[in-house]
Design a protein around this ligand. Structure first.
Ligand code: ZN
Length: 885
C-alpha cells in the first residue's frame, strides 16, 4: 500500500458528486474465474454543482476493462484514463448521457469477500461500504442513488437460483445452451452499497406476509439444500419484526418480495441489501439440537435489525460514511426496542448495557476513541465499531428519553417523510426531532461530535432540619486522541429517591414543582438540585435504566448499595447495584494480588445472601434472576481498575468471590437448580429460555465450590442435555476444569458434531475461552487442527476471536505468548482478508491499562507488527493503537 492511500479522509472535505447516476442496467454472465459485467449507466451533471466539463471519475478495483462507450460511441484508450482504483473520462458531456462499460471480475479468487465472490459454490456479493467498485466502475459513494435493473445469466446446473434486489420481472431458459437468466427491477433509488446478487444451488423456504394496508409479500429464506429444517425460527422472527415495525413505528414493507439468503463465508453478521438480505448462516440456521438459546436470540435480533434497515438505511440513507451512525445507531436502537417489547425490557436493557460497557467503553478510553460521527478515517471498514453502533443507539435512546416515546415517534415520522429517497446527515435527523418538539438540540449534537465517555459524579446531602436533600452533579468529558478540550453535554439523568421503608419519594424540586418521570437534564459542568419535603435521609437511585452512556460515581456506602440491590423499583438499577457491590469487592481484591480475604469479610457474605434472595424470588422473571447470578466479568473488572491491571490477579479475585458465594448459598442454588428443571420438549420462547439461563447460572456458581457433587451435576447436565443450550452451557463449565470429565465431554462433542460447521465453531470457541493457564497452547494446537481454516471468517472468529476478545487472562498472559499468537495469525489473515485481520487486532486496544511488564510485551509485539507490510485496514489499527511514540 502506498502512503497516498493512507491519507485520512475528512468529513469537512465532503463535496457533492459532480455527476449523478439515475438509472443502472447491469447484465451479469456468471463464471467462476471471469464473471462478465455489462453496465449501462444513465448519467447527468449534478445541477447542484457547477460542473462545466468536469472530469467523470469512476471508482473501480481489480477489474479487467473490455470496452467503454459513451452515447453509443466506442471510446478508445486515448479518450479515458485507466489506473488502479479509477477510470476517468476527462471530457464528459455537460448534458445527460449514457455510459456503457464491459468489465470482468474474478469471484473464485476473491478471498477478501468484498464485491462478487463464491461461498461454497454460491455466487454472492457484499458491497457495503466499498465493494461495488470491485464489480463494475461506478460512483461508489452513498449519495449517488439510482434505480437498478439487473439481468443475471448462468448455467442452470450450477446456479438454478438467481436473485437480486427488488421485484422479479422475467426469467427463462436460453435454448440449447444449458443456461438461463432472471431479471430483477428495484423501483426504489438506492446507493450502490445496497446492491446485491446471489446465484447458486439453494433450497427455498417460502412464506407469506400481509402488510397492514393489505400488500401481499412473498417471503423466502434460501439455504444450502438439506438445511431447510433450520429456517423456521428465522422466518417467524422476520414476520414478528415486520408486524412490530408497523405497530411501533408505522413502517410498512414496500416490495412484492423479501428474500433472505444464508451463506457460510461472510465477513460480517448480515447485510440489509434492499429486498435481498444476505446473512452469515450462523444468524439464520437454528434447530434445538444445533443452536443455543443465545443463538435463537441473536437470530431474532439480527433478522429484525436487517429488516428494520429497510426504512432506517435503505429508504433514507447516509450522505457519506461519516454518517454511518445515522443508519446503524438508529437501527440498533430499533432492534433493542423490538427485543425489549417481545422478550423482557429489563433483561434486554441489561444485555445492551453489558455490550456497551464491554466493547464501547474501552474503545472510548483507548487510542482508537472516536466520535459517534467521526471527523476522519483512513479505512472506513475500521469504523463499524461499538461507538458507531452501540453508543449511536444510546444517543437515539436519549432522544427518546428527552422527547418521550410519542415525541420521538413523531420526530422519526417526520424524518422518514421529509427525507424519503434521500441521502442525509445526522443534522437532518436531529433537526426533525427539534422541529417536532420545539426544542433547541444544539447542545445535544455534542453526543455525535465529542468522543470519550462523560464522567458524572454525584453526591447527596440531607438536611434533617430543612427536610431537604441536595443532589450535586458534576460532569467531565475526558480528553481523547485529537480532542483535548470538551464542552459539557446534555445528559438525561433519570433518578429516584427511596425512603427508609423502600417507598419512592415524590421529587419536589425547590421552586420548580415535581420532576416528571424522575428525569433531570444535566447541561452544565456543575449543578445542584434541591428536593424538599423529604422526611428522613433517602437513598438515591441514579441513572435509572442507564439513561445516558456515562460513567457514574456516587458516594454511597456498602449498606446503601445493598439497600438498592434489595429494594430499587427500577429493575435495571437493582441489578446494577448488585454489580457495583461486587465490582467494589473485586477491584479491591485485584489490587491485593487477587486475595479477597485481605479486603472483605462480611461484605462478600452479604452479597451472597442478597444474590441468593433475588435468585430464589419467583415473583421475578427467571431471565432477570439469572443476570443477578452472573458476576462482573474479568474485562468488567479490568475496565474499572483502569490502570496497572494484572489479569492473573483479576481472575484470582473473581474465582475467589465465586467460591465464597457458592459456599454460602450453594445448597439453595442446588435446590433451585432441581426445582426448576424444565419438563417437556424444548421451546425457544422467552420464559423457557429464562429458566434454562437461571439453571445454567446456578450450575456455573455451584461448580465454583469444587465439590465432587457439583462436578457430577455438571457432567450429568451435559450427558442428559436434550438441546444445544444445556449441552453447550455444561461444556463451557467443564472446559475450565482439570478433570477427565472435561476431556471426555470435549471428545464426545467433537465426535457428534464434527461435520456441522456452525456447531463445531462452538467447540473451538469453548476451548479458546476456557479459564486455564494453558489456553495459549490449546489455541495454538487447535490452529493446526484439520477442521481449522484461516479462510473461513466464522471459524477464525470462533477460535482466534474468542481467545483474544473473550479470554482476557489468556490473551494478556504475562509472558506475551497471547500477543505473539494474535500478531502472527492476524498478519497471515491480513494478506487475503484485511477486514477480518483488522477486527482481530482491535483486541490490542486496551494494552495501556495493563501493568508495566505486560504493557512492555504488548508494545514490542505491536511495534514489530507495524514494521511489516500491512493492509490499510490493519495499518490504521496498529499505528493508532500504538499511538505517538
Ligand atoms: Zn445495521
Amino acid at each position: 500500500m502506498n502512503e497516498i492511500a493512507r491519507q485520512p479522509k475528512l468529513l469537512k472535505d465532503y463535496a457533492p458528486p459532480p455527476y449523478l447516476i439515475e438509472e443502472v442496467e447491469l447484465d451479469f454472465m456468471l463464471a467462476p474465474r471471469a464473471a462478465r459485467v455489462a453496465s449501462k449507466l444513465r448519467i447527468r451533471p449534478n445541477p447542484k454543482v457547477a460542473t462545466g466539463g468536469r472530469p467523470l471519475v469512476l471508482d473501480g478495483e481489480g477489474l479487467a476493462l473490455e470496452s467503454v462507450a459513451l452515447d453509443g460511441k466506442a471510446l478508445t484508450p486515448s479518450d479515458y484514463e485507466l489506473k488502479e482504483g479509477s477510470l476517468t473520462i476527462p471530457r464528459a458531456p455537460a448534458h445527460p448521457f449514457t455510459l456503457e462499460l464491459v468489465t470482468y471480475c474474478d469471484p473464485e479468487t476473491n478471498t477478501a469477500l468484498s464485491g462478487l465472490y463464491l461461498s461454497r459454490g454460491t455466487y454472492c456479493t457484499q458491497c457495503e461500504p466499498e465493494g461495488f467498485r470491485r464489480i463494475t466502475f461506478f460512483l461508489d459513494r452513498p449519495d449517488v442513488l439510482a434505480v437498478y435493473t439487473v439481468r443475471i445469466e448462468a448455467e442452470r446446473e450450477v446456479a438454478p437460483i438467481l436473485l437480486s434486489n427488488g421485484n422479479p420481472v422475467a426469467h427463462g431458459d436460453i435454448p440449447g445452451t444449458g443456461r438461463h437468466f432472471a431479471v430483477w427491477h428495484d423501483p426504489f433509488p438506492k446507493p450502490s452499497y445496497l446492491f446485491a446478487l446471489v446465484g447458486g444451488r439453494l433450497a427455498k423456504v417460502p412464506d407469506r406476509f400481509v402488510t397492514v394496508s393489505g400488500r401481499e409479500v412473498d417471503l423466502a429464506i434460501y439455504v444450502e439444500p438439506g438445511k431447510e429444517d433450520r429456517c423456521a425460527w428465522a422466518m417467524e422472527s422476520l414476520k414478528r419484526a415486520m408486524r412490530w415495525d408497523e405497530e411501533r413505528f408505522g413502517r410498512e414493507y414496500d416490495l412484492d418480495v423479501f428474500n433472505i439468503v444464508a451463506v457460510s463465508d461472510f465477513n460480517m453478521g448480515a447485510m440489509e441489501n434492499k429486498g435481498l438480505n444476505i446473512f452469515n448462516d450462523k444468524l439464520v440456521l437454528a434447530r434445538p439440537d444445533t443452536a443455543s438459546d443465545a443463538d435463537y436470540a441473536s437470530i431474532e435480533g439480527v433478522i429484525a435489525h436487517e429488516y428494520f434497515h429497510n426504512w432506517s438505511g435503505d429508504r433514507v440513507t447516509c450522505r457519506d460514511w461519516f454518517q454511518l451512525c445515522l443508519k446503524e445507531g438508529l437501527t440498533v436502537f430499533r432492534d433493542q426496542e423490538f427485543t425489549g417489547d417481545t422478550r423482557s425490557a429489563p433483561v434486554e436493557r441489561i444485555a445492551a448495557v453489558r455490550m456497551l460497557k464491554t466493547h464501547q467503553f474501552p474503545e472510548d478510553a483507548g487510542p482508537l476513541a472516536h466520535a459517534v460521527r467521526p471527523a476522519s478515517y483512513i479505512e472506513i471498514n475500521n469504523f463499524y465499531t461499538a461507538t458507531v453502533y452501540e453508543k449511536g443507539a444510546e444517543v437515539c435512546r436519549m432522544l427518546q428519553t428527552l422527547l418521550g416515546r410519542e415525541g420521538f415517534r413523531k420526530g422519526l415520522d417526520l424524518y422518514f417523510e421529509r427525507h424519503d429517497g434521500e441521502a442525509v446527515t445526522v443534522e437532518d435527523f436531529v433537526e426533525a426531532m427539534a422541529d417536532v418538539s420545539g426544542r433547541d438540540l444544539s447542545q445535544f449534537m455534542l453526543w455525535y461530535t465529542q468522543s470519550g465517555t462523560p464522567e458524572l459524579a454525584c453526591s447527596l446531602d440531607y438536611d434533617p432540619h430543612a427536610k431537604t436533600a441536595r443532589l450535586s452533579v458534576s460532569q467531565v468529558v475526558p480528553p481523547t486522541p485529537g480532542q483535548t478540550k470538551k464542552e459539557p453535554m446534555l445528559i438525561p439523568l433519570k433518578m429516584g429517591l427511596i425512603g427508609a421503608n423502600g417507598d419512592e419519594l415524590p421529587l419536589k424540586l425547590d421552586g420548580k414543582g415535581v420532576v416528571n418521570d424522575g428525569l433531570l437534564e444535566i447541561t452544565g459542568r456543575e449543578q445542584v438540585f434541591e428536593f424538599r419535603d423529604i422526611p428522613s435521609p433517602p437513598t438515591p437511585s441514579l441513572l435509572r435504566g442507564f439513561s445516558a452512556p456515562v460513567r457514574l460515581t456516587v458516594s454511597l456506602d456498602p449498606e446503601q448499595i445493598e439497600f438498592l440491590m434489595r429494594h430499587d423499583k427500577d429493575a435495571f438499577n437493582r441489578w446494577q447495584a448488585a454489580q457495583t457491590y461486587a465490582t467494589n469487592l473485586l477491584t479491591a481484591a485485584s489490587r491485593e494480588g487477587g486475595d479477597l480475604s485481605r479486603v472483605t469479610g462480611k461484605e462478600a457474605l452479604r452479597l451472597a445472601q442478597a444474590l441468593g434472595q433475588t435468585a430464589g424470588d419467583s415473583s421475578l422473571e427467571a431471565a432477570y434472576r439469572a443476570e443477578f447470578l452472573k458476576l462482573p466479568s474479568e474485562s468488567d473488572i479490568a475496565r474499572e481498575l483502569a490502570r496497572n491491571v494484572d489479569t492473573d490477579a483479576v481472575r484470582a479475585a473473581r474465582e475467589s468471590l465465586r467460591r465464597t458465594i457458592a459456599g454460602e448459598i450453594g445448597s439453595s442454588l442446588a435446590e433451585l437448580y432441581e426445582a426448576i428443571a424444565p419438563q417437556g420438549p424444548y421451546s425457544p420462547d422467552p420464559e423457557s429460555t429464562g429458566v434454562r439461563a437461571l439453571r445454567g447460572a446456578a450450575l456455573d456458581l455451584l461448580v465454583a465450590t469444587g465439590k465432587p457433587s457439583a462436578l457430577a451435576r455438571a457432567e450429568r447436565h451435559y450427558r442428559e442435555a436434550t438441546n444445544m443450550t444445556d449441552a453447550i452451557s455444561a461444556l463451557a463449565i467443564l472446559s475450565h476444569l482439570d478433570a477427565p470429565a472435561r476431556d471426555e465431554a470435549l471428545a464426545h462433542f467433537y465426535a457428534r458434531w464434527q461435520d456441522e460447521p456452525l456447531v463445531l465453531d462452538k467447540w473451538f470457541a469453548v476451548q479458546a475461552r476456557a479459564a486455564r493457564s494453558d489456553s495459549v497452547e490449546t489455541v495454538r494446537a487447535l490452529l493446526s487442527h484439520p477442521k481449522f481454516s484461516l479462510k473461513n471468517p466464522n471459524r477464525v472468529r470462533a477460535l482466534i476471536g474468542s481467545f483474544v476478545h473473550g479470554n482476557p487472562t489468556g490473551f494478556n498472559r504475562a509472558d506475551g505468548a497471547g500477543f505473539e499468537l494474535l500478531a502472527e495469525q492476524a498478519y497471515e489473515i491480513d494478506r487475503f482478508n484485511p477486514h477480518v485481520a483488522a477486527r482481530l487486532l482491535g483486541a490490542f486496544e486496551s494494552w495501556r491499562i495493563l501493568e508495566p511488564v505486560r504493557q512492555g510485551r504488548a508494545k514490542a509485539v505491536l511495534e514489530a507488527l507495524a514494521r511489516r507490510q500491512l493492509s490499510t485496514d490493519s495499518y490504521e489499527i496498529v499505528t493508532k493503537t500504538l499511538g505517538p511514540s
